[in-house]
Design a protein around this ligand. Sequence first.
Ligand code: ADP
Ligand code: MG
Length: 319
Amino acid sequence: MPGEFALIDRIRARAGRRPDVVLGIGDDAAVLRLPPGHDLVVTSDTLVAGVHFPDDTAAADLGWKSLAVNLSDLAAMAAAPAWCTLAMTLPAADADFVDSFLEGFLELADEHGVSLVGGDTTSGPLSITVTAHGLVPAGEALRRDGARAGDEVWVTGTIGDAAGALAQWRARGPFSAKLRHRLDRPTPRIAAGLALRGLASAGIDLSDGLAADLGHVLRASGVGARLDLGRLPTSRTLADHFEESLRWPLQLSGGDDYELCFTAPASAALEIEQAMAQCGVHATVIGEIRAGEGLALVTPEGQDHVLAQAGFQHFQGVH
Ligand code: ADP
Ligand code: MG
């Protein structure tokens, strides 16, 4: 079995290198050159086996997802991804695992021009922590606290697919490969996030479930919202596998979609639709921000819908 340094060499040999990486993997720390007039946007996420992914997840999917969840955070801040670091805790120095992991990780990194510039390699129960760094023109990051009464609430793509896959995996019954792909290989909405600069008033990515994540925006902005459940964007595959009443809990409380939820004044709607279309992303208005607090959910029949479960929280044993 290779040791720590042999593993690091394998990683170093495959990591890309942007011109703004003054010093990458191999020294005590990376040195990165920031363009003038920009803010640095930094985010970190950990994936723990058995908590954040099913234990049968392929190494390449794990590599992809560990970076994707971080790039999704950058997208939600309207930041352009630039660099990342990778801290791996591995039960064994398994070179095959590391190679497959890197395949998925670097495929996504290359897609977005992100350089892997450092990390840490330790032994222990499988856990992956990625930190991603993005750039945004000074003062232009998209925050959670800008939603205003009257704004529309939007969501990109379709929601509930990843939660559907998780529900099928837990039931150990028939499953949809399409849904499972959404769980294992989420698409960070980078282009959409960048296009929302100057258009959206607030934004967040959907990692813990729409109700919980939109709830963060509402609290940060000091407003409430009303969502029309009939407008939740639903994939054909999810609809084929789950009837409406089973879909809502997946779409509202299930996490892992990594779509963007954002708010914007109604006057920006046309421009947003065009901007999203240019990124090849469909975005849907699902409700509106209103004065007050709390999230009201309304069924297509006009009835109030009560949420069974808010969303995932560590230490609360919800999942
Ligand atoms: P130190 O002991 O000084 O922290 P390490 O031996 O941990 O240095 O790491 C050596 C170099 O390899 C550093 O540049 C570090 O960032 C990089 N590195 C270690 N593990 C990884 C990894 N999993 N992915 C990418 N770079 C790594
Ligand atoms: Mg170290």
